[in-house]
Design a protein around this ligand. Sequence first.
Ligand code: ADP
Ligand code: 5GP
Length: 208
Amino acid sequence: MVINRHPGKLFIISGPSGAGKGTIANRILEETALEFSVSMTTRKPREGEIDGVHYFFVEEETFVKNIEEDGFLEHAQVYGNRYGTPKGPILERLEKGIDVLLDIEMQGALQIRENYPGGVFIFIIPPSLEELRRRLTNRGTETAEAIELRLSNTITELRYIDKYDYLVVNDDLEEAVERVKSIIIAEHSKVALTPEELVREYTEGEEE
Ligand code: ADP
Ligand code: 5GP
């Protein structure tokens, strides 16, 4: 049987704060073989967050040391805290053919686009700014002032849509999850064999 085998792929989910990236990422991790890249952050854990599962929660010095040792694929300052994607675990998985999922904000996604052009970049947005405001308010993790800052940053981020491969509007959650899963399937359906490889694999065992 012919296998259109792909190397491990890096899927980057990005978009404004409150877009639903985390919600969609959790569903993708439950329903596909993708593995999550656990980021390092200087932010304090929220209630229910587990060190090593949701993030590696570290002090500033540890974070800076990691930058100096070239340990990040990308890193950025987001709303007063630092976040970075540890390089080692990702490269190891990609080499083994395992797909990796990243949930990161735009500055980081753009850095990866520069340094790792093989990534698949998916931009997630809610259906409108009004709905984004509603979701951030309902989530209850930010002050009113912090929400307004996120909304104004969102407009700036929309201007970078041309740096992404896919746009998913997260209106109905089920549909958005299905779309992201379809993107993963489509990426794995891209031609990965040369004509010679395809003919050889297809005719294996046939008489010359
Ligand atoms: P992000 O990770 O992009 O900051 P979250 O995943 O935390 O966003 O989602 C922000 C809020 O919106 C959460 O309270 C989440 O439950 C809610 N949410 C996510 N997707 C939807 C959706 N399709 N419809 C309604 N609410 C949603
Ligand atoms: P939160 O503090 O709400 O978990 O995350 C804040 C923002 O940081 C989100 O937009 C999230 O996607 C982003 N983020 C999480 N991890 C990383 C990372 O490793 N690098 C970058 N650049 N952003 C990250």
